[in-house]
Design a protein around this ligand. Structure first.
Ligand SMILES: [Zn+2]
Ligand SMILES: [Zn+2]
Length: 1012
């Protein structure tokens, strides 16, 4: 080696350090990306792309710290982006942030130290409040940028959309305009779920959120309403919400069911027959008698005496408004299998109740204010918070002989997904998108979407079938304003659909600091076109899901919308079934009027849990924050591990202990294989332009093992790509895992390693052939890894492949995605190899029987099995001898009849038996000892930091007995070849040479080694 050679080699070795240190390597890679503006350059792909694949970012809400569950979803998105870019597509992989809504407001309230909306407005004013909301989201934005950066998420942050910006909001208004024009946007009184804590109504989608149903304790209250004009007949009723008796206006029975009159003491109670026994048992009444049976429908129209008229005068007034108030009606929804089969109806507090009243024109009595406290109309209950009225009502009924029994019951009851307050159902004036009217279009569109997995698909379609109207109005501050102005004089309504229109129609000029938010929009009045009166805005903001669901149109220009929507693929967590996936779909159908989703495919990911399978939550303290984790853990390792661990739709238990196991082994093996290749290839001055795979194929230079590797690679490319396409990320990554560890590292490299150990001129071309093959294979694998482990792939690409071939594209992300070459696929050869490897592994089992180490050469083996198996082994006999470390092999279809005095050992698996001869003569013993020693010298070389290609001056082995030295003598030259040394010396005692000795052992005896 010349000095110049050595310098060159040192430089290239430096490029890939001896140890795989992912943290340093990843940092260096990120710096490379930033310095060379790699992400920006990928935008240029659009000019040459073979097609566009639309994408809209599902915007994370900027009110939480990015955790590992978020990371999992973002990795899937990034995989898709990098892979499709390499396939030659352009994808607008641009970020987006969900900025508005209740969660942000609640956080700011906490920060300002106020308890609710009213207090924050009183103390700080809306302008300040909104300013704080903006500051809050920006703090989280920083954390998300950091997490995306370190995780290697190649989303374009510069082109991010923000859901609170004026330009976004006015395009969001286009959706409402479309709804308004089609008669799908309505104002109305509806019963909605209302959270007393957050002081706003919730959409029915929000009510159904995962984990919102909690076991709560409520009263179990039996009471009785007296039949009007009777002496002592009563309807027996049950409720868990006594406060709703304040808004009671009717009783309902099941028309087809049998009801009975039950005599209890001096009174007669009316209830459904089926429930008499259980209810009497519960009430601990043993003496009772059924005296009459009546069909439910016969009870319809019966009047009852509402007992609280004296303290709720409005209830008396209601009786004069409609003949059905305080009468019995028949309704099919009445369940005769629970309680008494007589249900009291409070249309102001229940959905079924509401519709029952609505159908009959019965007035809705809902005397509540914004904090769900009763108003004056509720008489004696004025000012009481609804749920606090429960016991007051019970006491009032007790005083009026309407009380039967009070107890407690535990049941599942919906709570607010944010604040966990028990929700209250209230009739309120709200704005609705009448999505129930377009339900058939919604279902038609949803059927056409690709969901990749059945279970999430069924869940989504099941939810969509509910087809309820969507309550989009919220009584909050930090949100897109509902652009509806109503005339104060004539009630005429106008929906504004852009900022420009607002400018034109406003009665006063807009102030300098104007933005499309409260309080600015509320100050704008319009002139009524019908009567000339003044129009004011309806005091609502929009559901934040409407806000993010508008992203396909709102985040793009018209031209981009045409180009990128419907998007090719979206993915979000399974919790978005009722969230973003739903609002995107509904809004797009409203906007276009067509049964079309804004996405062609949607992957719902499973949620991520802690190592023990528990939900990650602040209260358990088990949330794994992305930024904290990545301070000490490799991003590539996290990415690989999370994709490898389970199917994307499964709930994943994230266990940091597991990171260092198999996943690390795979990445580290790929790294070291690449390094092994690079060291050897640069030693032989390998030039891929000259010794290409094409050259090797055309010149017929490849040996069976090479052809087998190449064939397997083709199959793996196809399989892997197909699995990525079907979002089977875990199975896809398993393909890479198996190819690197099993095929390359455990099988192929050991087959060719020894051929690279020599530097003989006559084997030069063979070595170049192996390099050509390794270059092609490892480079292909590196490209396949890129979507999953972008840092490692980029580092290897730069430090190995671009070193050897400077004409390659600037970044691995611009390299072309590998495609399988059918011509070099050879299934017959693959089968032969499968057979060969099976037989080899049986031979190992046989050796184990005889305690014969694998590196001890043996004289003979005998393979017994069916003809076709024997043929396969015969075809690859040279390799068989090499792998089994046996000098000679015989074949037989029938079991042998041994007479020879050989100490045979054998192992059998199904129809194949392998015999190996355990007899070892001096030659075999000497060679075995030599190989044992060679292994120890190799290990020492590595420990001492010698580059594998470096030739040692000499190797000294001391403390050997005379017999061992004698056996070894014939093999010293072979050994120096194996360990890459000029000469090997043997010594009986270490005192023979002055040297730095290293302790080692051979068959349990101490020996000493020196190399230099
Ligand atoms: Zn709440
Ligand atoms: Zn008017």
């Amino acid at each position: 080696m010349t000095a110049q050679d050595e310098a060159e080699q040192a430089e290239q070795t430096q490029a890939l350090p001896t140890n795989y240190s992912p943290l340093e390597l990843e940092k260096e890679t990120r710096e490379f990306w930033i310095k060379n503006q790699i992400r920006q350059k990928l935008e240029d792909v659009e000019k040459t792309a073979k097609g566009n694949l639309g994408y809209v970012e599902g915007p994370p809400t900027l009110n939480g710290i990015p955790h590992i569950g978020h990371a999992r979803g973002r990795i899937m998105k990034d995989i898709r982006y990098r892979w499709k870019t390499m396939e030659g597509y352009y994808m607008p992989f641009w970020a987006g942030w969900d900025c508005q809504g209740l969660p942000v407001e609640l956080e700011v309230e906490k920060l300002l130290g106020v308890r609710n909306k009213r207090e924050s407005i009183e103390k700080f004013g809306m302008v300040r409040f909104i300013e704080e909301c903006k500051k809050a989201i920006m703090r989280y934005h920083q954390m998300w940028l950091q997490a995306d950066g370190t995780l290697g998420i190649f989303i374009n942050q510069e082109k991010a959309y923000w859901t609170y910006k004026d330009s976004y909001i006015e395009r969001e208004w286009s959706y409402l305009k479309a709804a308004w024009d089609q008669g799908l946007l309505e104002e109305g009184h509806y019963v909605v779920a209302y959270c007393p804590g957050c002081q706003t109504s919730l959409s029915s989608a929000e009510v159904g959120y995962e984990g919102s149903y909690k076991e709560v304790e409520d009263p179990s209250f039996y009471f009785k309403f007296k039949v009007a004009n009777s002496k002592n007949e009563f309807f027996l009723v049950w409720t868990t919400m006594p406060f709703t008796i304040i808004t009671d206006t009717m009783l309902a029975v099941q028309p087809k069911a049998e009801y009975v009159k039950v005599k209890v003491d001096q009174e007669t109670w009316i209830m459904v027959r089926e429930r008499v026994e259980p209810v009497m048992a519960e009430l601990a009444i043993t003496k009772y008698e059924i005296i009459e049976s009546i069909l439910g429908e016969k009870l319809e129209g019966t009047a009852y005496e509402y007992p609280l008229k004296d303290i709720i005068p409005k209830q008396a007034e209601l009786e004069t408004k409609h003949p059905l108030v305080h009468k019995v009606i028949g309704e099919d929804f009445v369940d005769v299998n629970t309680a008494t089969g007589v249900v009291h109806l409070s249309p102001g507090n229940g959905e079924d109740d509401f519709w029952a009243a609505q159908r009959r024109g019965v007035p809705i009595f809902a005397p509540f204010d914004d904090e769900v406290k009763f108003t004056k109309e509720a008489g004696a209950f004025n000012g009481v918070f609804a749920r606090d009225a429960d016991m007051l009502v019970v006491e009032e009924l007790r005083n009026r002989n309407a009380f039967v029994k009070i107890g407690k019951t535990k049941h599942e009851y919906p709570t607010c997904w944010r604040s966990h307050h028990k929700l209250v159902w209230l009739a309120r004036k709200e704005y609705f998108l009448r999505t129930d009217k377009i339900n058939s279009k919604v279902l038609e569109a949803a059927e056409k979407i690709d969901y990749f997995y059945e279970e999430p698909k069924n869940r989504f379609l099941g939810f969509l079938k509910e087809g309820k109207p969507w309550c989009i109005s919220r009584e909050r501050i930090w949100g897109s304003p509902l652009p509806m102005w109503t005339c104060q004089q004539c009630g005429n309504q106008h929906l504004v659909s852009s900022k420009k229109e607002l400018l034109e129609k406003a009665q006063e000029p807009l102030p300098e600091d104007f933005e499309l938010h409260k309080p600015w929009v509320d100050r704008i009045t319009l002139k009524c076109e019908k009567c000339g009166g003044s129009m004011r805005r309806e005091d609502f903001v929009l559901d934040t899901w409407h806000n993010s669901g508008a992203s396909p149109y709102a985040r793009f220009t018209d031209e981009e919308y045409e180009k990128f929507v419907p998007t090719a693929f979206l993915t979000e967590g399974i919790d978005q079934t009722r969230g973003w996936a739903n609002s995107l779909l509904l809004e797009n159908i409203i906007l276009t009027g067509k049964p079309a989703a804004p996405y062609k495919a949607f992957l719902f990911q499973g949620l991520t849990q802690d190592a023990k399978g528990r939900k990650m939550s602040k209260s358990l303290g088990n949330v794994v924050e992305t930024n904290k984790l990545l301070e000490k853990t490799s991003a590539d390792l996290c990415r690989f591990y999370m994709m490898r661990k389970c199917s994307p739709v499964d709930f994943m238990s994230f266990d940091t202990q597991e990171l260092t196991r198999r996943s690390y082994q795979v990445l580290s093996t790929l790294y070291h294989l690449s390094r092994f290749f690079m060291q050897n290839a640069s030693f032989d001055k390998f030039a891929p332009e000259k010794y290409s795979l094409q050259w090797a194929l055309e010149a017929n230079k490849l040996q069976p093992a090479d052809l087998w590797l190449l064939s397997k690679l083709q199959e793996r490319i196809q399989d892997y790509t197909h699995k990525l396409e079907r979002c089977a990320f875990n199975a896809a990554v398993a393909v890479l895992d198996d190819f690197v560890i099993e095929t390359l590292s455990r099988l192929y490299v050991p087959m060719i390693r020894k051929e690279l150990w020599t530097d003989e001129p006559e084997t030069f071309e063979r070595r170049q052939t192996i390099y050509a093959l390794l270059y092609h294979t490892l480079k292909t694998v590196t490209l396949l890894f890129n979507p999953v482990t972008p840092h490692l792939s980029e580092a290897l690409y730069q430090k190995v492949y671009r070193q050897l071939e400077s004409t390659l594209p600037e970044t691995v992300n611009l390299a072309t995605w590998p495609t399988p070459n059918g011509e070099i696929r050879n299934p017959t050869l693959e089968e032969q190899f499968d057979t060969l490897l099976r037989v080899v592994s049986i031979s190992y089992a046989a050796r184990q029987q005889g305690k014969l180490k694998r590196r001890w050469p043996l004289s003979k083996a005998l393979v017994v099995g069916p003809q076709e198996i024997l043929e396969s082994v015969k075809c690859l006999e040279e390799l068989f001898l090499e792998l089994t470390n046996v000098k000679h092999v015989d074949y037989s279809v029938t079991p042998p009849d041994f007479v020879e005095a050989e100490s045979w050992v054998s192992s059998q698996e199904n129809d194949v038996t392998v015999f190996v001869s355990g007899q070892r003569d001096d030659k075999l013993l000497g060679e075995g000892i030599m190989r044992d020693l060679a292994r120890r010298v190799q290990a020492l070389r590595k420990d001492m930091g010698f580059v594998p290609t470096e030739t040692l001056e000499s190797v000294h082995i001391a403390e050997l007995d005379a017999e061992t030295m004698g056996l070894l003598e014939p093999y010293l030259e072979e050994m120096s070849g194996l360990v890459r040394a000029r000469k090997v010396y043997l010594h009986s005692s270490r005192s023979e040479v002055e040297a730095e000795w290293h302790q080692s052992e051979l068959d349990g005896k101490k020996i000493c080694l020196n190399i230099h």
